[in-house]
Design a binder for this molecule. Structure first.
Ligand code: FAD
Length: 305
């Protein structure tokens, strides 16, 4: 139901007006402004020795002009991130930058952001959205990679096609963030059980740490809060003699903070994705869907403080 709500226009226009929904979302994002995200990033860097990924919430824009404005904003983000001296990278959704209007539109916009980020010593990651966008996102990624070798892409372990996509990206020395996957997909396209998805994530993460992948220059972002998988990958790497610094843990702001700190304390690279902006409903509904207990948290916010 939550994943259905994440796609529903009425829900995304109406529900954010309710105070209890707005209060509850505060758990997953530090605020609606770039300043809020940068302040949160500063805390993570200074207090816990972590790095950041910054994203402006938004997807499926309604016009090319809106996509261009999103790119303008991201260029400003790149500028501000560097001015702040933070180790922060940018993560963006291709449909926010105009993918629904064709690959060429998104490519034009994302190239501008990638150039601004690179010029400032940072880089851009492409999020992966619904399965209907995977082909276009991969095409876009390959085009960007030719001129921007540090650009990264997200692959979703729940998709049956992912092992093949992974193999095609390894020889390119791609930067790959591997996640379980957050969208409602049919079992013909996606693995239907949690057990299968967990096994796929472990398999794919360790594939990206094999000697040929590391030799090709693959950068792995293991983006999960699942402590059992995190530990299994750690044990596997130790057994194979792969240094723990060979990959990076990526997690979401406000989730599994204890694990984030534990990893950072033990010298692991931890990068926290901080989201901000006003278009947060679809994204927030996906976060609720990931963990049923979050509904209780939302319900508690119905009571005025
Ligand atoms: C940095 C980053 C980038 C991502 N980018 C994408 C993307 O581009 N495309 C995409 O499809 N998905 C993306 N995701 C989301 C991902 O696909 C999963 O939906 C999400 O990470 C939850 O799965 P998990 O691996 O943490 O495992 P789970 O088994 O879902 O969670 C493990 C444990 O983590 C905690 N936890 C997880 N999620 C929540 C939550 N929402 N609220 C409270 N606790 C929680 C719980 O304790 C849970 O038991 C991203 C995730 C991260 C961390």
């Amino acid at each position: 139901m939550l994943l259905w709500a994440s796609e529903n226009r009425w829900c995304s226009r109406t529900l954010p007006r309710y105070g209890f929904v707005r209060r509850a979302v505060g758990r997953f994002m530090p605020g609606e402004e770039l300043e809020d995200a940068l302040r949160a990033a500063r805390k993570l860097v200074d207090r816990h020795g972590m790095s950041a990924l910054v994203t402006v919430l938004g997807e499926n824009v309604e016009s090319e002009e809106e996509a261009k404005r999103a790119a303008d904003h991201y260029c400003e983000v790149a500028h501000r991130v560097v001015k702040s001296g933070l180790d922060a990278e940018i993560s963006l959704k291709p449909t926010h930058l105009g993918l629904d209007f064709g690959i060429a539109v998104a490519e034009r916009n994302i190239r501008r952001v990638a150039e601004a980020a690179e010029e400032k010593g940072s880089c851009v990651w492409l999020d992966m959205e619904y399965s209907r966008y995977v082909n276009a996102t991969l095409t876009l990624y390959r085009a960007l990679l030719a001129d921007h070798p540090s650009v990264g892409i997200c692959l979703q372990s729940y998709l049956r096609r992912t092992p093949k996509d992974l193999e095609s990206l390894i020889p390119l020395g791609a930067s790959i963030r591997i996640v379980k996957g957050a969208y409602a997909e049919s079992p013909t396209i996606a693995l239907p059980t949690r057990k299968e998805v967990d096994a796929a994530l472990f398999q794919q993460a360790t594939r990206l740490l094999q000697p040929d992948a590391r030799k090709a220059g693959v950068r792995l972002g293991l983006a999960t809060h699942d402590t059992s998988i995190i530990r299994r990958v750690g044990r596997w790497a130790a057994e194979k003699g792969v240094e723990a610094g060979s990959w990076e843990h990526q997690m979401l702001y406000g989730i599994a903070e204890g694990e984030q700190r534990r990893l950072a304390r033990t010298g692991r690279k931890v990068r926290v994705l901080i989201s901000y902006g006003t278009h947060w409903f679809a994204w927030y509904a996906r976060r609720l869907a990931e963990r049923p207990a979050n509904i209780g948290f939302l319900a508690r916010n119905i009571l005025p403080r």
